[in-house]
Write a protein that binds this ligand. Structure first.
Ligand code: FOL
Length: 241
């Protein structure tokens, strides 16, 4: 079941935790940062080893070899990560990029799906995060959605705040933008420059690399935007503690 699916918040924020301005990101398009978001939210977790219970069940039910003398390989159903977002974040994604490809999109809204711009029949619409995951579980059973690999909450502020109340939210993937921009929306946890904040603490780069499944540049990234301005930022992982 999806009752215990862990969720990770993924967010980019300024030093004062600003995340949005007038329904969009406060900074100019950061191509490499957005590419990191897309890679990390698409990447499936490594397959988990069989549990003792599942293993015992398999031992008593499966034969050792097939007609050709080879071990039958159970190819489980395909999996796809899930991205959960609020209505305003959905609307902020350029129409050509939504639904976010290669991921199961869940939009949190009290409106019905018909009145939400860009929502197609593969997008789940639910009034809350837990209701959305319950609906996803039913879609999986009916073969209408793939079983989830990892789950990500991608904003905005209201959805992050609701998610942070859930014990299943175990980690925050933060991109710390090192310059300030005018913002009208703030991330609802005061993650500080000192690696501490509101019951969360920053993990080291090795732990981050293991978590995201790729290497991460030491000391951060400098990205040139609009062939002009340089924007510095750093990928971080925070956990409860
Ligand atoms: N987290 C991080 N680290 N950076 C972000 O920019 C970010 N943005 C959101 C949530 N978490 C984030 C919400 N806003 C797209 C646009 C806006 C958005 C999230 C995603 C988007 O268009 N994504 C495409 C990439 C398209 C491209 O390659 O330019 C995708 O396929 O993910």
């Amino acid at each position: 079941s999806l009752k215990h699916l862990p969720l990770t918040l993924i967010v980019a924020a300024t030093p004062s935790n600003g995340i949005g301005f007038k329904g969009a990101l406060p900074w100019p398009m950061l191509k490499k940062e957005m590419a990191y978001f897309a890679r990390v939210t698409k990447r499936l977790p490594p397959p988990s080893p069989p549990s003792p219970v599942a293993d015992a069940a398999a031992t008593t039910t499966s034969t050792k070899t097939d007609a050709s003398g080879t071990t039958p390989t159970a190819t489980g159903p395909e999996r796809q990560n899930v991205v959960i977002m609020g209505r305003k974040t959905w609307l902020s994604i350029p129409p050509r990029f939504r639904p976010l490809k290669g991921r199961t999109n869940v939009v949190i809204s009290s409106l019905d799906r018909g009145s939400l711009e860009g929502v197609t029949d593969e997008v789940l619409v639910a009034p809350g995060i837990e209701a959305g995951l319950d609906m996803l579980g039913r879609w999986v059973v009916r073969g209408k959605a793939m079983p989830p690999g990892s789950g990500f909450v991608i904003g905005g502020a209201g959805i992050y705040a609701a998610a942070l109340e859930l014990p299943r939210v175990k980690a925050i993937l933060l991109t710390r933008i090192r310059s300030e921009y005018v913002c009208d929306t703030v991330f609802p946890v005061g993650l500080g420059g000192d690696g501490q904040g509101d019951g969360w603490r920053r993990e080291g780069r090795g732990v981050l690399e293991e978590f995201v499944g790729e290497s991460v540049e030491e000391g951060g990234i400098v990205e040139v935007v609009e062939g002009e301005e340089e924007v510095r930022y750093e990928f971080q992982l925070w956990r409860r503690g």
